[in-house]
Design a protein around this ligand. Structure first.
Ligand code: ISL
Length: 568
């Protein structure tokens, strides 16, 4: 039918529940808050929402530390609230994807508590990765691995054993060689599939299986490595990130082991037993793109996040290579390419693009760092979005990008909650700056995020201009740009189209202008310094910013993208 494999072309909107909308008044967003605002999402024109974790959790990593995979944390509501959300979303034609965190549990999960209580050598400990330490009294960690958030990846418990955690101390890694771990997660999948979810976003999908023997490794692990997303590009390539290190970040013994694929083949079969094209999307920081594509082979997951844009400069040649390489790698396995400009782990793309080395620094920005140029970043951010939405495949939006929100770069250090901030000894700025509660109403306290005005992180006063009610119905606003683009994208079926680069458009310098055809649409992104003239009689469908010239001779200013339909 027409909806078969809906995920191949879907625009999926990430809801970060604690910062989307608060219904209870405690300043933390919740599930009823999401349900109340589903009309907004329907009007925006997205196909699906992905909900970041809302499960029972002590919130040591904002819910990516799960204590009970089958219940809703009281700060977010109840299972009944989740069911309501799902029913209402489906009624509006919005699919719902939930986040599954299988690499680690919370230290408050029943299994981990039992493991601590039972002691060394017990079957309870075998579900996690407990080991004896090194050195005469076992006081050295079992190997030299470091946590993604900084510091050693091992913590010692009272009886002297150590447990592995690729992330925070409060996120012990499960042992995926253990059969009980496998059956438990298949049951968790069924629990949510039975409730009616349309799919799962799989957290740290590349991390579950570790190299046998847990060998030492001298590579670097950090939150986000520079990308070597483009096959064949060497580390000296100035279009790419300077900190590339050839993607070494995710090739160590803790990531992307061959054995992990067996798990996803099993899960594929679980989902295939349900009606309605349920889907799995891999969050896997794996390079190069050919290696990432192994997660979306026909019998594995349906999509994998393509993080290439997060580390690509605002440069026509670099973007063209990344787009081509992404499409090729996915075409080779028959999977749709996905596109991501922002998410809850990286600096918002409007702010990345407002930095001097525009586009290539996804790590946090602090108040002591170079500050982004907000106007330039917004202009480029809108141009980047219109380019992304003109590409075939599936696109992910992060809540607030439809408002053009920038990163909050001036958060007081003592308000920051991200464990990546303090575990790294403050060398990482952390991810709080992209997680600030959304502004819904320009004139309300807390910009209407909560009925009491409370917000778990403060919003900059300057955000009134970004509030939804300041943009809705306002020609030229970022919100109306997203709406128009999503509308056209759906009507013109761009998501299932195919890309052709257009060379030799008069006046368009290929070094600074990207021109591509997708179905009836020509997408032109001007990354150069001066204007680019549009072909005569080109019909402008949507533009990321004001155009110049007269009706007969329209030109596209710098840092602007347009979609046009050519005559004939
Ligand atoms: O693999 C990495 C670096 O080598 C990381 O980029 C890692 O894959 C990424 O940080 C995973 O993020 C996800 O899991 C984390 C959580 O804090 C993030 O919010 C989530 O998106 C731990 O659950």
């Amino acid at each position: 039918g027409p909806h078969a494999e809906w995920w191949r072309r879907a625009v999926i909107y990430q809801v970060y529940p604690r910062s989307f909308a608060d219904s209870s008044g405690d300043g933390i967003g919740d599930l009823p808050g999401v349900t109340d605002r589903l009309e907004h999402l329907a009007a925006l024109g997205i196909d699906a929402v992905w909900l970041s974790p809302f499960y029972r959790s002590p919130q040591a990593d904002a819910g990516y530390d799960v204590a009970d995979y089958r219940d809703v944390d009281p700060i977010f509501g109840t299972l009944g609230d989740f069911d309501d959300l799902l029913v209402r979303a489906h009624r509006l034609g919005i699919r719902v994807i939930v986040d599954l965190v299988p690499n680690h549990t919370s230290d408050e999960h029943a299994w981990f508590r039992a493991a601590l209580a039972a002691g060394p050598g017990s079957p309870e400990r075998a579900r996690y990765v407990f080991r004896a330490g090194k050195g005469p009294d076992g006081s050295e960690p079992p190997n030299n691995w470091t946590s993604v958030f900084g510091g050693p990846a091992w913590t010692r418990v009272d009886d002297g054993e150590w447990y592995l955690h690729l992330f925070d101390t409060r996120q012990p890694d499960l042992d995926w060689e253990h059969p009980e771990v496998r059956t438990e997660f298949e049951d968790v999948l069924r629990f949510w599939l039975d409730r009616g979810v349309d799919g799962f976003r799989i957290d740290v999908a590349h991390g579950l299986v570790k190299a046998p023997g847990l060998p030492d490794w001298d590579g670097e692990v950090s939150m986000i490595e520079g990308s070597d997303a483009v096959p064949g590009a060497d580390a000296g390539d100035t279009d790419l990130v300077e900190e590339s290190a050839a993607g070494a970040g995710n090739r160590g013994p803790m990531f992307d082991q061959d054995g992990v694929h067996e798990i996803y083949r099993d899960w594929h079969r679980v989902l295939a037993g349900y009606e309605g094209d349920r889907a799995l999307v891999a969050e896997a920081w794996v390079e190069p793109l050919e290696r990432l594509a192994r997660y979306v082979r026909p019998d594995e997951m349906h999509q994998a996040f393509n993080f290439s844009f997060l580390t690509t400069r605002w440069d026509a040649a670099a973007l063209r290579r990344v787009v081509t390489a992404s499409l090729e790698a996915n075409d080779a396995v028959g999977a749709p390419t996905t596109w991501v400009l922002s998410n809850h782990d990286v600096v918002r793309h409007t702010s990345r693009l407002g930095l001097r080395d525009a586009g290539s620094r996804p790590k946090g920005i602090g108040h002591d760092d170079e500050q982004p140029d907000e106007e330039l970043g917004l202009r480029r951010g809108r141009a980047a979005t219109l380019l992304m939405l003109g590409l075939p495949g599936s696109a992910y939006l992060f809540q607030g990008e439809e408002l053009g929100l920038p990163e909050h770069t001036a958060l007081d250090d003592d308000l920051r909650q991200d464990p990546a901030w303090w575990r790294s000894g403050h060398t990482e700025r952390g991810r709080d700056g992209c997680r600030v509660p959304l502004p819904w109403a320009a004139d309300a306290p807390g910009f209407g995020f909560s009925p009491t005005g409370a917000t778990w992180l403060p919003q900059p006063a300057s955000w009134a201009r970004y509030a939804l009610d300041a943009q809705r119905g306002v020609a030229g606003s970022t919100y109306e740009l997203y709406r128009a683009a999503l509308d056209l994208r759906r009507d013109l079926e761009l998501g299932t189209g195919s890309l052709g680069w257009v060379d030799g458009l008069p006046g368009a310098d290929p070094a600074t202008t990207l021109v591509l055809a997708n179905r009836a649409v020509l997408v032109l992104a001007n990354l150069g310094a001066g204007p680019v003239a549009l072909p005569e009689r080109a019909e402008v469908l949507v533009a990321s910013g004001p155009l110049e010239g007269t009706t007969d001779a329209v030109s596209v200013p710098a840092d602007t993208t347009v979609w046009v339909r050519l005559p004939g």
